[in-house]
Design a protein around this ligand. Structure first.
Ligand SMILES: *Cc1c(COP(=O)(O)O)cnc(C)c1O
Length: 382
């Protein structure tokens, strides 16, 4: 299989970096690097009809993925996730075409598997052996199991009150786990301080260029599942924003290779009222977010007080005519119940936040009854 990865490019200042050595942020402006591909060549050489003969996993989109030699792929079977039509729930809420993309089926029970499977595969390709990650919970579990699968060392830093499932699974998979008295941002500072001395490669989200490439496969699957006509609205529970940024990036790539048109879904970012830096920045019309103080929410994946890709999230929302909205923990609890009772979907709190967000969009007349709406359930009930 030919690979089309050309270089890494700073998402802010467009400085170019080579992809054959490990990279983190742009050394000039400290913003995320994006993988770039030879899209003209892909457009000429790749036909989407070829997909039907490929395995139903995120790796089927190899031409738009950064692993150069597929022998380096570290996988536990990252199957495509279903889009579930939720008619009863739609009727209850007053919308005709409602879908849930159910990411809970992935290894580790959350969509963090997509990003970490990709990051660990690239780490293997680049000959890295010791990885480190600050995490709110699910990324730690995903790194631990993929590192175990690859025979690498995982160094985990996460809040001491991260979900027990995450603390236990990291330990079970043999990672070096440090529980800290603080949040993911504090964990990130420790990794940054210690990494060069310890010889760790930092796989913090968006400070490492390939997790976002894994997460963008959600957008690829969605496009394919909607027959290359994207839905009208995507409602996404946003923490570090890697998923929203990745989907937005790949929609552009898909348009450039001629597989989709110019139409984009409105990207709706949902956060918890107890940690809503993106919503605050959005409401204030800012292009970057200030760090959130005293972050607190039952949705651990949304407990991200500061995102290095804040400007990219806000950009995707703005350019898609989307919006950022906050929902309370009580509304999230209610969303869990609503999804389970109306459709039998056992979601994570983050996924339940999208239901609460949708209710607000409907109340605020920000969606039409006839629009195609996709909610992301980003993980399973634990
Ligand atoms: C990490 C996480 C999120 C937030 O994802 P981002 O793409 O980083 O914004 C949402 N839900 C769950 C279950 C998560 O683990």
């Amino acid at each position: 299989m030919t690979n089309y990865l050309t270089y890494l490019e700073c998402s802010r200042c467009s400085a170019i970096y080579d992809h054959e050595s490990p990279q983190n942020l742009c050394t000039k402006c400290e913003k995320p690097l994006f993988a770039r591909y030879d899209l003209d060549k892909i457009a000429h050489e790749w036909d989407r009809a070829s997909l039907s003969a490929r395995e139903a996993s995120m790796w089927r989109y190899a031409e738009l993925l950064p692993v150069v030699d597929t022998a380096n792929i570290v996988s536990l079977g990252e199957s495509m996730t279903p889009i579930i039509r939720t008619k009863r729930l739609g009727n209850m809420l007053g919308v005709d075409e409602l879908w849930v993309k159910d990411e809970s089926r992935l290894p580790t029970g959350s969509f963090k598997a997509r990003g970490l499977a990709m990051a660990v595969s690239k780490a293997k390709e680049l000959g890295l052996k010791k990885l480190a990650i600050p995490s709110a919970g699910n990324a730690a579990t995903a790194l631990s199991i993929y590192a175990a699968r690859a025979g690498m060392e995982a160094n985990i830093f996460m809040p001491k009150d991260a979900p027990a499932f995450n603390r236990n699974t990291c330990q079970l998979a043999g990672a070096n786990v440090t529980l800290i008295d603080g949040l993911i941002t504090d964990a990130g500072k420790i990794v940054a301080q210690r990494k060069s001395q310890e010889g760790w490669f930092d796989v913090s989200t968006l400070k490492e260029p390939y997790r976002v490439e894994g997460k963008k496969t959600m957008g690829l699957e969605l496009a394919e599942q909607f027959d290359w006509k994207l839905p009208d609205v995507i409602i996404y529970p946003t923490g570090g924003g890697t998923g929203i940024v990745g989907m937005w990036k790949v929609f552009q790539e898909l348009e450039e290779i001629g597989w989709i048109g110019a139409k984009r879904p409105r990207m709706i970012s949902v956060q918890s009222a107890g940690c809503a830096p993106i919503v605050k920045a959005w409401e204030e019309g800012k292009t970057e977010a200030e760090p959130w103080q005293n972050a607190k929410t039952i949705a651990a994946g949304l407990r991200v007080p500061q995102a290095v890709g804040d400007f990219l999230i806000l950009d995707a929302i703005r350019h898609s005519n989307g919006v950022a909205i906050a929902v309370t923990d009580a509304e999230i609890q209610e969303g869990l119940k609503t999804l389970a009772t109306s459709e039998g979907i056992l979601s994570c709190p983050e996924g339940a936040a999208t239901i609460a967000g949708l209710k607000k969009l409907i109340d605020g007349k920000m969606v039409n009854r006839s629009e195609q709406i996709v909610l992301f359930n980003t993980g399973g009930y634990q």
